[in-house]
Design a protein around this ligand. Structure first.
Ligand SMILES: [Zn+2]
Length: 68
């Protein structure tokens, strides 16, 4: 089961960045996956295999549920 991500998705990785954040923004999809830390703004590139290993969850874009 593979999780598809797109530019603009937010993802959560298994290990935190040294700054303490688990959340990253997907900024590039290619041979490598470009990620930008949501706390400190640092960018990293992970190859697809490494990205899959580190990926914990995709945080879907917030679609606010219709209030009932
Ligand atoms: Zn960071």
């Amino acid at each position: 089961m593979s999780q598809e991500v797109q530019v603009g998705d937010r993802v959560r990785l298994r290990k935190p960045h040294p700054c303490g954040s688990y959340e990253w923004l997907v900024v590039r999809i290619g041979a490598d996956i470009g990620l930008k830390c949501q706390k400190c703004g640092r960018r990293v590139l992970l190859d697809r295999g490494e990205f899959r290993k580190r990926l914990k969850a995709v945080i879907q874009p917030a679609e606010p549920p219709a209030p009932s």
